[in-house]
Write a protein that binds this ligand. Structure first.
Ligand SMILES: *Cc1c(COP(=O)(O)O)cnc(C)c1O
Length: 391
């Protein structure tokens, strides 16, 4: 196995410090490596595999789609794409959607949509306000609005016209507003940035600021959306409907698919034929995954399950934090939780791996728990036992 890892590392560009584990198979909330070792998965492929692994109904739908058609390009219509669009727009409460192949591309599309809107209205606005500690992806556009200097600096110059404000600090946002502000982009719950939940006042404040000043509100729901917080999309728990939203990760249950969506008011002045495109975007196979994922989420009432197991997870983590000197704080909501630890998170994650528990970090000192949304209480107990042993 070590030889396999060595060989692989010779070929791949070294952008990741991978764990020395070769995963082969998944079943429910468990993963197995090539040596047959079993892992309880609290990472879900970075908040992607909401339905866990080996969901028969999903797999069947994908197999049927493969046998039918996997790619057509966007020059033609396809019924699977239509089905996915209708389902996604309904749960997102949006009016128009564009399918992408990743979260980063969904962000690019959202930024372009906002600029096009301002351009067509002739407002002369082009600036974006983004939040410190945000994460929006790795393309030049997405990294330009990402509030992490280390991700931006080697690739400068960044996109012009981006200003940063403090998350959960409305005054700091107000300070960055100019007559050129086109949109404010934020995650209702910052994932990568350390599991930071927006306060109700902040979300409502941003919404009213945008309304007063003629600024578009863009919500990045890529990580916190699709049921993870116990609402289908995180903004819905605040009642602060954005003008544009970006989705990805869990919407395709593991197939590479993202989307950006907008209200019809924005759509009226935004992207037109020729403005944007994607060869694979809206690919029937990816769309079959989206349509089936939404169907299963609704039929199985995944949201109710997330609320219930999320509350249980909070209870267990609160108790663990009370008895462990290593835990400084636990935060988050639903099935997206952060544990702030004293030791570097990397050390704890490595030891958890040895014990057969997959967890990830969110900044250096926060452990991020984003299990498949189908996790059960006894599996939360199992995770707590393992984590306790590791701490
Ligand atoms: C993962 C993530 C992205 C980027 O998505 P990719 O599919 O990796 O391009 C953007 N925003 C947030 C909030 C994310 O968590």
């Amino acid at each position: 196995m070590n030889q396999y890892i060595e060989e692989t590392n010779k070929g791949l560009i070294h952008t990741y410090n991978r764990f020395p584990v070769v995963l082969e198979k998944g079943e429910g909330v468990y993963l197995y490596d090539t040596a047959g070792k079993k892992y309880l998965d609290f990472a879900a492929g970075i908040a992607v595999c909401g339905l866990g692994y080996g969901n028969e109904e999903l797999n069947q739908a994908l197999k049927e789609q493969i046998d039918c058609l996997t790619h057509t390009s966007n020059l033609y219509y396809n019924t699977t794409c239509g089905k996915a669009a209708t389902a996604l727009l309904r749960i997102a409460e949006m009016d128009r959607v564009f399918f992408t192949n990743s979260g980063t591309e969904a962000i690019e599309g959202a930024l372009k949509s906002a600029r096009k809107y301002a351009w067509k209205k002739g407002t002369g606005r082009y600036e974006f306000i983004a939040m410190e500690h945000s994460f929006h992806g790795r393309s030049i556009g997405a990294v330009s609005v990402t509030g992490n200097e280390a991700y931006r600096t080697p690739f400068e110059p960044m996109l012009p016209g981006v200003r940063f404000a403090e998350f959960n600090d409305l005054d700091s946002v107000k300070e960055q507003i100019t007559d050129k502000t086109c949109a404010i982009i934020l995650e209702p719950l910052q994932g990568e940035g350390g599991i930071n939940q927006a306060s109700k006042e902040f979300m409502e404040g941003i919404r009213s600021l945008c309304d007063q000043e003629g600024i578009l509100m863009i919500c990045d729901e890529i990580q916190c959306g699709m049921g993870r917080t116990g609402s289908m999309f995180a903004w819905q728990s605040y009642g602060t409907k954005p003008d544009i939203m970006a989705m990805a990760k869990a919407i395709g249950s593991g197939l590479p698919v993202g989307a950006f969506a907008m209200t019809k008011e924005v759509a009226e002045y935004s992207l037109e034929p020729g403005d944007h495109g994607s060869t694979y975007g809206g690919n029937p196979l990816a769309c079959a995954a989206v349509a089936k994922t939404v169907e299963i989420f609704e039929r199985e009432d995944i949201l109710a399950h997330v609320r219930e197991t999320g509350a249980y997870l909070e209870e267990r983590l609160t108790a663990l934090a009370a008895e462990s000197d290593e835990i400084l704080e636990q935060r988050g909501t639903g099935l997206i939780r952060g544990i702030k630890v004293k030791k570097p998170a990397g050390e704890i994650i490595q030891r958890a791996l040895d014990k057969g528990l997959l967890i990830i970090s969110a900044r250096d000192n926060v452990i991020r728990l984003v299990p498949p949304l189908i996790i059960r209480k006894e599996q939360i107990d199992e995770m707590i036992e393992k984590l306790k042993a590791v701490l």
